[in-house]
Design a protein around this ligand. Structure first.
Ligand SMILES: Nc1ncnc2c1ncn2[C@@H]1O[C@H](COP(=O)(O)OP(=O)(O)OP(=O)(O)O)[C@@H](O)[C@H]1O
Length: 656
């Protein structure tokens, strides 16, 4: 894509919006106060860190007053919006011109920057009362003419870029790349073709649902990531049957995550890392803005994903508007001050927005060819004209030569007549001179009359000759004048034709150079395209090969897994069988053991019982002794039970 044509050198436009005091920040006294409404300019104690003077107090637009208890400072921006400014007014001031620029082929970016909870999302998205983004979309679709629009939506979360429109890749970080045609872009991001505002809002909602937000002390729905909604606008030349793209522009709508101090936000755990990443990228943004405002040679765009992605919006080929959002709260004065200083630096950044024209080489070549053909036709026509005037000139020269010949002929005739006349005069003179007296006498009478007659004739002839000579000279003069005039005219025509020929040749040579240049560019683009295509094909082939190999590996792995699963189930069966065998074995061991023990000790028990009985019999025969109750059977059991474990413990392989 070329962007040779019209460029607009301007700077980043900076606006500041003051958020109204909101219920969350209100003191208990405020809440008890029936007159308290959102939108009050001051806090309950009457002090505001940021205040925008009313037009009566400050007729100059774009000024605001900052104070933090000890210091007071005035800031000036391209526009300042007080708490009661409507969303419609903010849109009209900040964005409506940019939408038109985008439709004319310029790139544009609108960013909201400010402390967390200061109203960035409210300004960019809004709620029931729509913010900048939905209003931009409405205007874009209302005024578009022969355009094709795609929408993409990414978030930068913890220094990683995610496509929030593609749930399957929502957890996969994307890379940022750069090329001549698209500038800096997110590689592999999904671009949805959109035909109306509703479709756009649908995709934005889908993206919002996948976006990372959290409740912090400062904001119940705080954005934990930077959100970048991009509209890719392509203007189509419908006059072409193929509907060629003739202009391409990008419109980035950026809702930055808000800066916040960890201590102040009262957040813990993973949210601390989120916050660190946010603060890191915002400070990288601040560094870039600072370097740009000082026109340093190195701008640290690569220090964060955010600055890398916004590289062209910051001092590049884009018209950029920055909306600073601040709160009136005195407790947030230092954050508001930092925001205002950030904006002040951003105001010094120059941008070079250009209309991004996609050259239609084919059409260009056709146009040039048509021009060359027309010139060639014209040249041919002039060639013919020149040739005919040359022919005419040659004809005239011929005529002139003929006339010269005639003149010399006449001159010769005149000369001949003169000679004849001289001869005649000489003869007459001789006749007049007397040779002898007689002869003279005789001839006197005879010769006097012829001499008079000859003289008369001669005089008449001389007069006639003179008249003829004069007339001829006159005719010759006229003829010569006419010829001279014609020759002069033809010379002029020839000169003019030569001049025109040279002009056309000059024009043609510059056209030819441009034509050749275009052809060279076309050839280069084609070569580049073929090179990319062949690379692409190679890469696809490689990937197919890799895929095949992976599939084979996968199949082998699957086989292995299946084999392992079969082995596992066999082993499990075996284990079950073994366990069953084991429990059966242990039951039979137990039963055997008890039986053995019973047989082992049954003699001893019988003996003991006999002994007890004999002792009891003795006792009955002897003196009466205190009655002894027979030992309960349980005792025997308990003895057995006591004995068993003891024996069990000493028996090799016994049960524990
Ligand atoms: N100009 C305003 N008028 C009315 N309410 C506002 C205005 N600005 C912000 N708010 C309200 O303030 C609260 C915080 O605003 P918002 O979520 O836009 O802040 P934020 O800067 O985007 O915060 P974070 O960076 O944490 O995402 C919201 O409830 C929002 O409706």
């Amino acid at each position: 894509m070329s962007s040779k044509s019209t460029s607009a050198n301007e700077r980043v436009k900076v606006y500041c919006r003051l958020r109204p005091q909101i219920i969350q920040e209100a003191t208990p006294e405020d809440l008890e106060d029936p007159t308290f409404v959102t939108g009050t300019t001051t806090t309950s104690n009457g002090e505001a860190a940021v205040a925008i003077p009313t037009p009566e107090k400050s007729p100059r637009n774009g000024r605001l007053m900052f104070r933090d208890g000890t210091n007071a400072k005035e800031f000036e921006f391209d526009g300042c919006f007080a708490q009661d400014t409507t969303q419609a007014f903010v849109y009209q001031t900040v964005a409506s011109d940019l939408v038109q620029s985008v439709l004319q082929g310029y790139n544009a970016t609108i960013m909201a920057y400010g402390q967390t909870g200061s109203g960035k999302t409210h300004t960019m998205m809004g709620g029931d009362d729509q913010g900048i983004i939905p209003r931009c979309l409405t205007d874009l679709f209302e005024s578009r003419n022969c355009t094709r629009i795609h929408l993409s939506y990414v978030q930068i979360y913890c220094e990683r870029v995610f496509d929030v429109l593609e749930p399957s890749t929502a957890s996969t970080a994307l890379s940022i790349r750069e090329n001549e045609e698209d500038g800096v872009f997110v590689d592999g991001v999904q671009k949805r073709l959109v035909h109306n505002v509703e479709e756009c809002l649908h995709w934005i909602q889908v993206g919002n649902a996948n976006r990372t937000v959290a409740a912090t002390k400062m904001n119940a729905h705080s954005s934990r990531s930077h959100a970048i909604i991009s509209m890719h606008v392509e203007r189509i030349d419908s006059s072409q049957s193929k509907n060629e793209i003739v202009q391409k522009s990008q419109f980035h709508l950026v809702d930055l995550a808000g800066s916040e101090r960890v201590k102040k936000s009262l957040i813990r755990g993973t949210h601390v890392n989120e916050l660190k990443a946010i603060n890191l990228s915002l400070s990288a943004l601040g560094n870039c803005i600072s370097a740009l405002s000082k026109q340093q040679s190195h701008i640290p765009y690569r220090d964060s994903k955010l600055t890398r992605l916004l590289q062209y919006s910051l001092g590049g080929n884009a018209k950029t508007a920055l909306v600073l959002t601040v709160t009136p709260e005195m407790t947030e004065a230092s954050e508001s001050h930092a925001t205002l200083q950030f904006g002040q630096r951003a105001m010094q950044i120059q941008v070079q927005a250009r209309v991004n024209i996609v050259p239609d080489y084919k059409r260009l070549v056709e146009q040039l060819q048509a021009k060359v053909d027309a010139y060639e036709d014209k040249l041919n026509g002039m060639d013919i004209e020149l040739q005919s005037s040359r022919d005419q000139q040659a004809l005239l020269l011929n005529q002139l030569d003929e006339a010269k010949v005639d003149t010399s002929k006449f001159a010769f005739e005149v000369e001949a007549l003169k000679t004849a006349m001289q001869m005649q005069t000489t003869i007459i003179h001789h006749q007049k001179t007397p040779h002898d007296g007689q002869e003279n006498k005789c001839n006197d009478e005879v010769n006097t009359s012829p001499s008079i007659a000859t003289n008369e004739i001669l005089e008449q002839m001389e007069a006639k000759l003179h008249e003829l000579t004069m007339q001829h000279r006159k005719e010759l003069n006229t003829l010569k004048q006419r010829f001279d005039f014609q020759v002069e005219t033809h010379k002029q025509v020839a000169n003019r034709a030569n001049q025109e020929w040279q002009n056309i040749e000059h024009e043609l040579s510059s056209e030819r150079t441009a034509h050749l240049e275009t052809c060279r560019e076309l050839r280069e683009s084609k070569e580049k395209y073929f090179f990319l295509e062949s690379n692409h094909i190679d890469r696809i082939a490689e990937m197919c090969q890799e895929k095949k190999e992976l599939e084979l590996q996968n199949q082998a792995q699957l086989k292995l897994i299946q084999q392992l699963q079969a082995t596992t189930s066999l082993l499990e069966l075996k284990v079950k069988e073994l366990q069953q065998g084991k429990s059966e074995l242990s039951l039979s061991i137990d039963a055997n053991f008890v039986n053995e023990m019973e047989t082992l000790y049954s003699d001893a028990i019988t003996k003991l019982q006999l002994r007890v009985e004999s002792l009891e019999a003795n006792k009955a025969t002897k003196a009466p002794e205190p009655v002894r109750l027979p030992a309960p059977m349980t005792r025997k059991d308990s003895l057995v039970k006591k004995a068993v474990p003891k024996i069990g413990r000493v028996m090799p392989g016994g049960r524990r």
